[in-house]
Design a protein around this ligand. Sequence first.
Ligand SMILES: Nc1ncnc2c1ncn2[C@@H]1O[C@H](COP(=O)(O)OP(=O)(O)O)[C@@H](O)[C@H]1O
Ligand SMILES: [Mg+2]
Length: 318
Amino acid sequence: MNRVLELQDITKVFHLGSMISRLRITAVDHVSFHVGSAEIFGLAGESGCGKTTIARMILGFEEPTSGQIIYRKKDGTPVTGKEVWRTAGVQAVFQNPFETFNPLRQVERYFFEAVHNFRLASSHSEAVARINKALEAVGLSYKEIAGRYPAEFSGGQLQRVSIARSLLTEPSLLIADEPVSMVDASIRMSIMNLFRELVEKFGVSVLYITHDLATAYYVCDRIAIMLRGNIVAMGDVEKVLVKPRHPYVELLRECIPETDPRKRWAAKVQLAESEQEEYLRAGCKFAGRCPHVMERCQRESPKDILVDGVLVKCFLYS
Ligand SMILES: Nc1ncnc2c1ncn2[C@@H]1O[C@H](COP(=O)(O)OP(=O)(O)O)[C@@H](O)[C@H]1O
Ligand SMILES: [Mg+2]
């Protein structure tokens, strides 16, 4: 499988507090994964585990402290750093479409602006045709958005509009950071289905970032589960979630009612310690909450190990 995106041993350290009480948080800790062509790869975990930091580094908004991120264009040319954002081959879909668009601007302005910036058309009618094509891919049309302001759309519609805009440049990769968490539960699935359709029709790849295991299970091909900057389990979504190997994944799974996989991941999993304390912990970050904790988990960080095709970071298997 071709790799559209590859993260190689990515670390991001943030410095918090004043110069005197310097606190270092390793928000992303030696993370490696790839997104294949025409696949939906999930990056899931509780809030504060480092997901958005990863998205921002991929888009070039934030520089990794160490490691490399490589995006491959359709012709195979590798691109890294800030260049990624400029290729137009990678586009982002954000959490809140009402923040993506200025309430005082007609949404079509954003489309014409993108057509202009990326030189996608040489006449007005060509631009409209291009815009209409992108909107049709999400089940809308130019007629339906022409002259309208963001407030005239529902959250779900506006998220579709935002996805259409990201499709204008015919990207090969969409970075979708919590794209449905602000959208009504009733239409969340239709947006998930839309991502699947885009993959099948246009061969787009999607990095689907979420704190919601249920939608991730519904839509992803492969998934990585993050805990405090570490990927603790990664592989085929069925293998990772249905027969969890890592105790953390087991705990997360208990929060989804089995009978209805579309229900949201229940409230945040009970924290044994504060987010920051867990980040600063030596050894396995899950040791404070793990029912299987052993003495070495408190001291050493477990290495990745392959268990039945799933990458697992846990001493239970070494
Ligand atoms: N610019 C920043 N400066 C300092 N700390 C940050 C910054 N961005 C994120 N963090 C910290 O990094 C950790 C991961 O955050 P984030 O990537 O936003 O997680 P998620 O998207 O999974 O909720 C959190 O502890 C957060 O407070
Ligand atoms: Mg986030």
